[in-house]
Each structure stands twice: as structure tokens, then as C-alpha cells.
Write a protein that binds this ligand. Structure first.
Ligand SMILES: [Zn+2]
Length: 442
């Protein structure tokens, strides 16, 4: 199972085990408590024969006009070509109820089944099968061969939750089956659910089959934004519809009103090929692993995976290693040319800065006609666009800042000037200092 659905399952597992009363298990064997029953075969009789006679079915027999009794299968085989013969619904397979996502994803997988449906791994609605694994309300009933290498028949089972408190609603939908699912298996499954899941006497429950107009029952179920379960679709957070087959049987507790019942899904993911998807450490969304960026921290020792849309907000490129690093941990610096003009802001880590950069002090207010050593790399706590060297220290300024007092303060500090010096004298000192600098550099 791909990682994203694995995560949904990891979050859901305990609650779903409890909802389906499975203890620590995720697949429960269901005992077959009813004897095998012959399938109703009336519909297989040619129409003319049904019209011309009064026929009832009794076990393996048709009874014509209250007297003539014939075995159903041999009689039909006389009348019908082989291709029209009803399929026998007999099996000795084992019945299970499972919430195991792996089994649910195999519901129409040709490796396990003899049928194909749009829920198959390469089917157009495989997404639905994946979404079923994220719903607390959906389990799968399946009949397997003795070593569980083949699914002989399966049907999805839906128990809605109460929209307010999440408890089970006393109604169970059984979607139409694929493969073989004999009626005594269905009855055994219904009894198991009534007794083991609802802890109720099975006699207090009734089964409504499709012939008994179970669609009317279905219409009382609210499935998120859709008002019935059978044949409905549900739009997930990812914008994809989820397919529901018709329910052929509905089991409900006698004398209960069903209101405010929901079937919900946790997933908000899309139907993309997502086996390679990973979570962005910043926004928490999932993306293809190939589209993720490593953003380093702890001096390039560790990194997080960040998506392309978060990258610009939180990360910058380290000038020295070429790695992305977190902006809020990065040291800003500038490359300053021989005219003292700083280029665009660059970034690196604290460690790289201490090895590669000369620390400077950023102050405000000076013209940009000062010379500097070419290719000096500087760093500071603001954006300078002009720098000078003074007494071995670099001084970088923002020429947009017209307030001269800051550089005066620095010069005073470097020369140990008295704070009481007046403004005029300070300016002279600065001018002299800069003049001297130009002379020594040339
Ligand atoms: Zn992101």
C-alpha cells in the first residue's frame, strides 16, 4: 500500500477495529450458521412457460400447477442452451469480514479474483477502493478459498455513523456482490453483524432485499453530500468522485428510526499515481518525491523535505554549499566591489560565515565614493550598498539613509572620541579619515 494511504490507515486503525468490534484483529472469520439454500431460479425459466403455468419453487424443485414436481437444474438444462444456464452459487469457501486495507485493495485484483471491475488496480475507479480504506464506515465481506489465495466472492458492507457522536447506526448496507456469494453466506454474515458487532439478538433485525424496495431505505442515509448510498458518488476533498454500488440487501434493527447517519472519508488526496508521494515538512501536503527540495539545518547536517510552493517562503540557497537552508537561520551577506557597492543579498550558515566572511558593522548615512578591497565578502545585519574600510574594520552603509549621525557614532567609537564632541568637529574627523583611507589604498 502506498505511503499516503498507509498513514490514513495508521491513524484510523484502532478506531476502525473498535467500530467493527474486531479486538486486535483486522480480518474476522465469520461462521456459516445457516445450511445451504437453493438459489431462486424462477427467473431462469422461459417466459412462455411461466405464463402458461402456475409454478412455485420449493428447495431444489419447481412445482407445476400444484402437482408436477421437477428438479430445477436438470429441467432447466433441458430447456436452455449452456450459455443461458444460471450460474451455481455454491461454494465451500470461508467467509470473512475484513477492514484490512490490503484486502480491500484486492477487491477486484485479477491476481486474487476471477472478475474485473473499475475498482481493479488498473481500473478507472481504483481510487474508490483506496478511499474505502480511509472510511471508518466501510468493511469488506469476502469468501476465499481455503488458503486465502483467491477471493471467490466479495461485497462491501457499510455501517453509517451518527453525525454527532460517531456511534454506529443500527442499519447495515450490503453492496451488490462480485463472484459467488450464496444466500446462506449473506444470512450468516447478517447474523454475525447483528450479534457480534451490535451485540443484539439477530431476531431483532430484519433483512430487506432489493425486491423489498430497499432503495427507499437507502434514501434515508446521508452520505456526506449525497443523499443515498446505492449508485451514488461522493466528491472527496481531492475533487474525485467515489463510487458506490447498489445495495442489494439492507439489514436494520426493527423499530429504530435512522436519522443523521453519515459515511465519511478521511482522505483529501487526488487520484494521482501516488506511490512516490511524500509529505512537505512545512505545509503537510503530499507531493511527488521528485518535486521535493531538501532544506538543510543544523549546519548542513540534517534536512527536511519541502515542496516547491513553500520553498521560496522559508528557504534560501547557501552561497557556499549550494544547499537550501532555512531563511530564518541564514546569515545575510553581500559581495562588495572595488567601488564599495554591495551586490544583492546572499545567504549562508553561521558556520560558513565564520570561516569565509569578514564581519562588518552596518551603519547609515555616507556617500558611496569610498574604495574597498575588491572581492571582499562582508556580512551584516542589514542591507548595505556602500562600504569602506576604517582602521581594519569595514563600514557598510545604506546610501538611501541620509542621516549622518550613525557613521559619526562609529567613527567616534573607533577613535575613542569623547561623546561630548560637537557635530561640526565630528564631521571633519570623518572627512579626514575617509581622505586618509583613499590615499593609503591608492
Ligand atoms: Zn509545502
Amino acid at each position: 500500500m502506498c505511503r499516503i494511504y498507509q498513514e490514513y490507515w495508521n491513524n484510523l486503525r484502532k478506531r476502525k477495529q473498535s467500530f467493527w468490534v474486531m479486538g486486535n484483529e483486522i480480518t474476522k472469520k465469520v461462521p456459516i450458521i445457516y445450511p445451504s439454500e437453493p438459489e431462486p431460479l424462477m427467473d431462469a425459466l422461459p417466459r412462455e412457460i411461466r405464463i402458461a403455468n402456475k409454478i412455485v419453487e420449493e428447495a431444489n424443485y419447481f412445482i407445476f400447477n400444484g402437482k408436477k414436481k421437477v428438479r430445477k437444474i436438470p429441467f432447466l438444462s433441458q430447456l436452455l442452451p449452456k450459455s443461458k444456464m444460471p450460474k451455481e452459487e455454491n461454494t465451500s469457501g470461508q467467509l470473512f469480514l475484513t477492514i484490512d486495507p490490503e484486502w480491500i485493495l484486492r477487491c477486484s485484483d485479477r491476481m486474487y479474483t476471477s472478475w474485473q471491475s473499475c475498482f481493479a488496480p488498473d481500473g478507472c475507479y481504483h481510487f474508490s477502493a483506496k478511499e474505502y480504506t480511509t472510511s471508518i464506515n466501510i468493511a469488506m465481506a469476502m469468501i476465499t478459498n481455503s488458503d486465502m489465495t483467491k477471493i471467490i466472492g466479495r461485497k462491501f458492507v457499510f455501517i453509517p455513523s451518527d453525525g454527532y457522536d460517531g456511534t454506529r447506526k443500527a442499519i447495515v448496507f450490503f453492496a451488490k456482490h462480485y463472484g459467488t456469494f450464496p444466500i446462506h453466506y449473506q444470512r450468516s454474515l447478517s447474523a454475525y453483524i447483528a450479534e457480534s458487532i451490535f451485540g443484539s439478538n439477530k431476531d431483532n433485525w430484519k433483512i430487506i432485499s432489493k425486491e423489498d424496495d430497499c432503495r427507499a431505505e437507502e434514501d434515508k442515509i446521508y452520505v456526506v453530500d449525497v443523499s443515498n448510498v446505492g449508485n451514488a458518488s461522493f466528491i472527496s476533498g481531492g475533487g474525485k468522485s467515489i463510487w458506490f454500488d447498489d445495495s442489494l440487501f439492507v439489514l436494520r434493527k426493527k423499530g429504530t428510526e435512522i436519522e443523521n447517519a453519515i459515511i465519511s472519508f478521511d482522505s483529501e488526496e487526488s487520484d494521482e499515481e501516488d506511490s512516490n508521494e511524500v509529505e512537505c515538512d512545512h505545509c503537510g501536503d503530499y507531493f511527488d518525491a521528485d518535486e521535493m527540495y531538501n532544506v538543510y539545518y543544523n549546519n548542513n547536517c540534517d534536512y527536511n523535505l519541502i515542496c516547491g510552493s513553500c520553498l521560496d517562503d522559508i528557504a534560501v540557497m547557501d552561497e557556499f554549499t549550494g544547499n537550501y537552508i532555512y531563511l530564518d537561520e541564514a546569515v545575510e551577506f553581500w559581495h562588495v566591489n572595488s567601488r564599495g557597492v554591495a551586490s544583492h543579498t546572499r545567504y549562508t550558515t553561521e558556520e560558513c560565515a565564520s570561516f569565509n566572511l569578514t564581519e562588518i558593522h552596518l551603519i547609515g548615512g555616507i556617500r558611496n565614493d569610498n574604495e574597498l578591497w575588491e572581492d571582499d565578502l562582508l556580512y551584516a545585519d542589514g542591507v548595505p550598498n556602500s562600504c569602506i574600510e576604517y582602521n581594519g574594520e569595514y563600514v557598510c552603509v545604506d546610501i538611501e539613509d541620509t542621516d549622518d549621525s550613525a557613521i559619526m557614532e562609529l567613527i567616534k567609537e573607533l577613535e575613542g572620541e569623547d561623546d561630548d564632541e560637537d557635530e561640526e568637529e565630528s564631521e571633519e574627523v570623518v572627512t579626514e579619515a575617509l581622505e586618509e583611507q583613499r590615499t593609503t589604498d591608492s
